[in-house]
Design a protein around this ligand. Structure first.
Ligand code: KIV
Length: 263
């Protein structure tokens, strides 16, 4: 399989072809997902919930992320490896640069950060130094306490406009990719059409350029509440590899997400 780079994602966008993304936190699952054809792997700070058992991503440290990035990087195969910066990496520019440097040295090829338009300066500093950035907007789990829970974002016109504005500002600052979480499908479509860079969605409708899910949700081993945008691909598969392949194909053919997974 051909190595996936940012140019590949850009080419997918231009061709109107969708791409698949999945979280992976170690070499074995990264290998299985890559072999299944998944385009982008994410070492997400969701590891705090699905691996460590916390009820939010806030306790995850940069050391945790670096450790899992090293593991996933050894299995990533042809897939592009995106890595989350954890809660408070954006506390100062110095810390942002240090943390981004640590994950890039561990094997990241794209760094993802949560934040709104105010993150523009940080993104400018990172991209100036050759660190490609994915800006995570919409439901940003690191601000769950401020948001009052894991709720759909951008339901009203003013908030939707703000998300579109912030996405444009962050792309202008240098973000190469935008990730939109938990927004109405109409807003997922509007952001995707407004930007020249690839937009990855999770609970953002069928029209984003790429789709991402947490691996544990794809395998049907989510504990606690299952979000509406999740589909258990293991239900009709006879192996983990087959479940990853079914997810990849469903994304590529736009069979997933269906109406029932959207807001
Ligand atoms: O941490 C993570 O897994 C994520 C995805 C939910 C997009 O940010």
């Amino acid at each position: 399989m051909k190595t996936v780079t940012l140019s590949t994602l850009q080419a997918y966008k231009q061709a109107g072809e969708t791409f698949s993304c999945l979280t992976a936190y170690d070499a074995s699952f990264a290998h299985a997902a890559s072999q299944a054809g998944i385009d982008v792997l994410l070492v997400g700070d969701s590891l705090g919930m699905v691996l460590q058992g916390h009820n939010s991503t806030l306790p995850v440290t940069i050391e945790d992320i670096v450790y899992h990035t090293r593991c996933a990087a050894r299995g990533k195969g042809h897939s592009l490896l995106m890595v989350d910066l954890p809660f408070m990496s954006n506390a100062t520019t110095e810390r942002l640069l240090e943390d981004a440097g640590a994950v890039m040295r561990a094997g990241a090829e794209l760094v993802k950060l949560e934040g709104e338009a105010w993150m523009a300066d940080g993104i400018r500093e990172l991209t100036r130094r050759g660190v490609p950035v994915c800006a995570h907007l919409g439901l940003t789990p690191q601000t769950v306490h401020q948001l009052g829970g894991y709720r759909v974002q951008g339901r009203d016109a003013a908030h939707a406009e703000r998300i579109i504005h912030d996405a444009k500002v962050l792309v202008e600052a240098g973000a190469s990719v935008v990730l939109l979480e938990c927004v109405p499908a109409s807003l997922g479509k509007a952001v995707t059409e407004a930007l020249d860079v690839p937009v990855i969605g999770i609970g953002a409708g069928p029209d984003t350029d790429g789709q991402i899910l947490v691996m544990h949700d794809v395998l049907g081993i989510t504990h606690g509440r299952t979000p509406r945008f999740v589909k258990n691909f293991m239900a009709e598969a006879d192996s983990i590899q087959a479940a990853f392949q079914a997810y990849h194909e469903a994304v590529k053919t736009r069979a997933f997400p269906a109406q029932e997974h959207c807001f």
